[in-house]
Design a protein. Structure first.
Lengths: 512, 492, 154
């Protein structure tokens, strides 16, 4: 037989092995740290991780895995969302019917829609908690300012995805929540009307037309929301997410205090020899890079191999997310109300829970509560790492001196102020109840929402002056923001009923 | 050495097992515990028991356990009712329980399920695959399943109800008759004809429970329960309702409810309409005028009663004149009456009835005028006054003698609103003079020529007339100033 | 020995295998559920079980075209049979020719009983299953084929 033929037959015989080797470079479970390193950086999906990871990263109570959970929920919504797209028809005539089909007949459709819904809710929750974690561990500080901004962008994307997805079922809940939401986009008119300049300058009307493609929520709005929800926003979010991960790696992994110099590395009660390079040997950097620079000869690392430890942790957190979503989806269906009817407003027409804080503010002034205050909050959050530039305390919960007490005091203060404002407003009303002819401009400027913002800002300035620390002032302000958000959300969820009246419980709501 | 990822492996194990448990649970729940598959297994058992001949065995062999649906894009429905109601077209299924039982005889022969589906007649949530969701009285669905006796309401979607056998739609026909007998048209419009006091009822059947005030109704809050309760006590359900209690029995309320539910301008393709429905549409375009008495019964009687007495209406806070009263028809010319009917009395409860407003045909207005004046003598000829009236003196006389009942500026009180622009236009001088002199028998309006009343000399009458005639202008200015009553609307 | 190739304690503990195994089992179960979704449980559009009417409506020797359902119903002295008018080549709708059926797309020709007499069609036009519904009407099930020559006798 000719050599070539023999070679061909031998290759054919080896085919299973060669194909496997082509797929799995290592071809076996890694047995040495070199192989473990290769397992990490030979894999497109894993190579965003560093080969070695600091022990602190694996401490559950440092991050509670919140960022990973948010990513997990996003992955779940992507997978389930793609599947829902198989049946969903973005047309006002067909959308509602297609959701009914998904609910009643499509195999696994009902469960998958529930999962999509619950994962989306959990995504908002985990993104918010993740932000709080990053703040309270001081992890936004130099060199991580940029990633804080990216994270803020991801928060906005998450909320926008949720908002656009809300319309798609085309039921009463969707229709009226989006009608309200799009009129918040229109709310700069409140200001321009009050100033009498709408004829010349109408940013509100422009925004609303841009969002809805009409001056009402209809087919044009539905298709715009659909395109945003299934294409543009996910694309933007994935892009930002890639940058976010990339920056984590480039900024040296999770924020943490510097390891003390000298002495043997110690963890788990055991000592490990500090890496001593042999002068005659050349080393690749891959096993040595840690933090922002190579650390040969630089004292204890306190690191372990990413493979398998970090990946166990990541898988575990991901599966917790999946399991939580499944359990919730098994017991509670995603809501679907009657077919959208432009003639009958839903009462009360409540937005999804994470927007209810804003909806409470909107009930005072659409412009201030719906646009101005959220804008102030976002800008304020974005400025945090640039105003608080002193390092120290990174990667530790309440890492600098006095943070805990400022946090506790701010918590108490913000609860009192927020509850007080709400109690006052419910009992005594506001400007218009006292002076019916009051000019709208006064209401835009001075309402319970803007009052809260002012009080919180004043409190933060007070802390700045008293404690002489920007970080502590930031802690005070951020705590106030969290408390305000939480209480307003709770209040609007539980205590607001038909006509946005105050009720103690749901059972007190009037029928109809 | 302690393993830093040991805890995570335990968590991974736990979370994965939990995930598998719930995935398997969801799969079992969807595939083996679905209500409809249980129902179909029962039905297959029934088929097996009844498979006594070749046909029966064939039906059993062909039966598959699967979701079934009738999808009708033309009607915009997808009805999955047949997933559980498997025996509706099987004449052998008379002795089995619901949902397996055959559909009542005859109906499906002319309304095949493949062509009509189910919800076009029965309402309910067609896409649903559980009984609870299909019935939908506590689900988020606008049109829950109609109770059996109400289903006849939907016949009117494609049929002219009057052409259907009475035995099939007894309640609907009774309701239709009651609607006329109770003179509902006096206040409500239907197909463009009727008064303007209440809401038009053309889409009453299409209303959802969210469009009705349910706070005073015991649950369940269905539209038909609301309608029925509302017919028995309108103000009890809707606080402040001006609707007169139609005083109906329970059965009559049910009939009216069915009639209301039938008022649904549902858009069905022409091919679904019964031939008589097309005739009905033609007739609606070319209506046959009603007789005077029919018009009066259907469109006047609710307020004016039999028209021979005047009365004070508590709800309207207004005096309702006796339009068939002896002394009025003796004085009022047909033109005067017709003008009032055509243009109504703007600002009062009396609406305009001409073709653009109340929808009465010109022939019908003539006919009802004739009906009002039936038995009356020809209008007495009254010689017009030749005296010139002094409206300033007339004011004094008016305040002293007339304003107590007719109100300042003729705005009305316990007596008709003589400042009303339509009255001003319709009433001739002779009519007013005659009325002042002779009064109205059977009402509080005295005859000012009678000795027991402050007798008016001719000059007095002329002065009062002159003053009354200033109301037209007065009222208009006031109306414009206060922007309250649209005066021009009633003027031709 | 270099730090890069230290001797290892094996990590193949029972816990690792169990947790990784359960993870893949969970992902597999989920994938099975996910891939189930795109397969439609009920087909949209008109029902494929088609009721042409009662047997008495068709005289022996008649042939009736139902263009909505894409089939021709024949009745001869032996009984009923229905032939699909969907071409077995690539799914175009064949039309009734003088002799048999002709496909406009790639020129397939079939005789009166659906047998291929020309063109690329790989197999004859399907004969469809006929049965009777509980109410006595004929039912043609376009999803089920019967062997050529099968007649349904009333």
């Amino acid at each position: 037989m000719a050599t070539a033929t023999r070679e061909f037959i031998r290759n054919l015989h080896d085919l299973p092995h060669t194909v496997k080797d082509a797929w799995f470079r290592l071809g076996k479970t890694p047995e040495s740290e070199r192989e473990e390193s290769q397992a990490t950086f030979h894999n497109l999906f894993l190579h965003i991780h560093s080969v070695r990871v600091h022990m602190r990263t694996l401490t559950p109570t440092l991050t509670f895995g919140l960022g990973l959970m948010a990513t997990g929920t996003f992955l779940i919504t992507v997978v389930t969302g793609l599947l829902l797209m198989v049946y969903y028809k973005p047309s006002t005539d067909l959308a509602y019917q297609s959701i009914k089909d998904i609910h009643f007949t499509v195999y696994t459709g009902r469960f998958i829609r529930n999962i999509h819904r619950w994962a989306a809710q959990l995504m908002v929750l985990t993104v918010l908690l993740h932000m709080a974690r990053v703040f309270f561990t001081g992890s936004y500080k130099k060199p991580r300012e940029f990633n804080w901004l990216v994270g803020l962008g991801l928060l906005v994307m998450t909320l926008a995805l949720s908002f656009t997805g809300y319309l798609l079922p085309w039921d009463q809940l969707a229709y009226w929540a989006i009608t309200i939401g799009s009129n918040i986009a229109n709310s700069p008119r409140e200001l321009t009307d009050a100033l009498g300049i709408t004829r010349w300058l109408d940013p509100g009307g422009f925004q609303k037309r841009l969002l809805l493609g009409a001056n009402y929520v209809g087919q044009d709005a539905l298709i715009r929301f659909y395109v945003l929800h299934v294409f543009l926003l996910p694309l933007a979010l994935v892009t930002l997410l890639s940058v976010h991960f990339w920056r984590i790696r480039k900024d040296g992994g999770l924020a943490r205090p510097e390891d003390p110099m000298g002495g043997p590395a110690e963890w788990g009660g055991a000592h490990r020899t500090v890496f001593q390079p042999i002068p005659t040997k050349t080393y690749g950097l891959m096993a040595l890079v840690k933090g922002q620079r190579p650390t040969v000869n630089r004292g204890p690392e306190n690191t372990v191999m990413s493979w398998p430890h970090l990946f166990w942790a990541e898988l575990a957190v991901f599966m917790i997310t999946v399991a939580t979503t499944l359990v919730l989806s098994f017991y509670w269906d995603a809501p679907l109300k009657e077919l959208a009817n432009p003639a009958i407003p839903e009462n009360p027409a409540k937005a999804p829970w994470y927007f209810l804080g804003i909806q409470e503010l909107v009930s005072y002034s659409a412009f201030t509560g719906g646009l101005l205050i959220p804008l102030i909050v976002v800008v304020g959050l974005a400025l945090i790492p640039f105003l608080d530039r002193r390092s120290g305390g990174e990667g530790t919960w309440f890492g600098t001196a006095g943070e805990k007490s400022v946090f506790r005091n701010s918590l108490l203060f913000a609860v009192l102020v927020t509850v007080g404002t709400l109690v006052f407003t419910v009992n005594f009303g506001w400007l218009r109840n006292w002076v019916p002819e009051v000019h709208q401009l006064w209401i835009i400027i001075f309402n319970p929402g803007s009052l809260l913002v002012l009080i919180f800002a004043a409190w933060s300035l007070l802390v700045l002056k008293r404690k002489d620390s920007v970080r502590l002032a930031a802690v005070a302000l951020f705590t106030c923001f969290l408390v305000g958000f939480t209480i307003l959300t709770y209040f609007a969820t539980v205590h607001r009923g038909p006509n946005w009246h105050f009720y103690w419980w749901l059972s007190q709501w009037p029928v109809h | 050495m302690k393993d830093p990822s040991r805890i995570y492996r335990w968590i991974l194990l736990g979370a994965s097992v939990l995930t598998i448990v719930y995935l398997v649970g969801a799969a079992v729940h969807e595939n083996y515990l679905a209500q409809w598959s249980g129902v179909q297994r029962q039905y297959r058992e029934i088929l097996r028991q009844k498979a006594k001949d070749d046909r029966g065995r064939e039906l059993l062999a062909k039966f598959r356990i699967e979701l079934k649906q009738v999808s009708l894009p033309a009607l915009g429905t997808v009805d999955r009712c047949v997933t559980c109601h498997n025996g509706i077209d099987d004449p052998r299924m008379t002795d089995v329980a619901l949902p397996h039982r055959v559909h009542p005889a005859g109906v499906l022969d002319i309304h095949p399920v493949d062509r009509f589906g189910c919800t076009v007649c029965h309402h309910g949530q067609g896409p649903a695959t559980t009984f609870r969701d299909a019935k939908a009285d506590d689900a988020y669905w606008d049109y829950p399943l109609l109770p059996p006796e109400m289903t006849q309401a939907t016949c009117a979607t494609c049929h002219d109800a009057e052409k259907l056998p009475v035995a099939q739609i007894p309640l609907l026909l009774t309701g239709m008759k009651l609607y006329q007998e109770k003179s509902c048209g006096s206040c409500h419009k239907l197909a463009g004809r009727g008064g303007a006091l209440g809401p038009a009822l053309d889409s009453e059947g299409a209303k959802t429970r969210h469009q009705l005030i349910m706070s005073n109704l015991q649950p369940p809050h269905t539209t038909w329960r609301w309608q029925e309760a509302h017919f028995r006590d309108p103000a009890g359900l809707v606080a402040g309702s001006q609707m007169r209690n139609p005083t109906v029995t329970r059965q009559e309320a049910l009939a009216l409810t069915v009639y209301m539910l039938s008022q649904w301008k549902r858009d069905v393709p022409e091919s679904y309409l019964a031939p008589d429905m097309i005739e009905q549409k033609y007739r609606a375009l070319h209506p046959t005028p009603l007789s005077g008495e029919q018009v009066y019964r259907q469109y006047c009687a609710a307020c004016h009663g039999n028209g021979t007495y005047s009365r004070w209406d508590k709800t309207f806070k207004r005096f309702i004149p006796a339009i068939r009263g002896v002394s009025l028809i003796a004085t009022a010319s047909p033109e005067y009456l017709a003008s009032n009917i055509q243009h109504g009395r703007p600002g009062t409860q009396m609406p305009a009835w001409d073709k653009q407003a109340g929808g009465l045909l010109p022939e019908e207005i003539t006919a009802v005028t004739g009906y009002l004046r039936a038995g009356a003598p020809a209008v007495e000829k009254i010689s017009p006054l030749t005296l010139a009236g002094d409206s300033t003196r007339g004011l004094t006389l008016f305040l002293r003698n007339c304003a107590g009942c007719h109100g300042m500026d003729g705005r009305g009180g316990t007596a008709p609103e003589i400042g009303n622009p339509v009255f001003q236009k319709a009433a001739t001088d002779e009519f007013i003079i005659h009325t002042i002199r002779k009064g109205r028998q059977g009402t509080a309006m005295p005859a000012f020529e009678r000795p027991d009343a402050p007798a008016f000399a001719d000059q007095d009458v002329a002065d009062v007339l002159a003053y009354v005639r200033t109301f037209g202008e007065h009222k208009r200015e006031k109306a414009v100033a206060k922007n309250a009553i649209p005066v021009s609307g009633g003027r031709p | 020995m270099s730090r890069l190739d230290p001797p290892r304690v094996t990590r193949r503990s029972f816990l690792s295998i169990a947790s990784l195994g359960s993870f893949f089992a969970a992902v597999g179960t989920a994938a099975a559920g996910l891939f189930r979704l795109p397969n439609p449980a009920v087909l949209p559009g008109p029902v494929r079980r088609f009721k042409p009417g009662a047997p008495e409506q068709f005289t022996p020797g008649s042939e009736t075209l139902f263009s909505d359902a894409n089939l021709v119903l024949f009745r001869d002295d032996d009984g009923f049979y229905a032939i699909s008018t969907t071409c077995t080549h690539l799914g175009c709708i064949v039309s009734r020719a003088k002799q048999g059926f002709a496909c406009p797309c790639h020129g397939s020709r079939f005789d009166d009983r659906g047998k291929v007499v020309g063109g690329p069609a790989p197999r004859p036009l399907p004969w469809l299953e006929i049965s009777r519904a509980a109410d006595g009407q004929l039912v043609i099930n376009a999803d089920n084929e019967v062997p050529e020559g099968t007649r349904y006798r009333v």
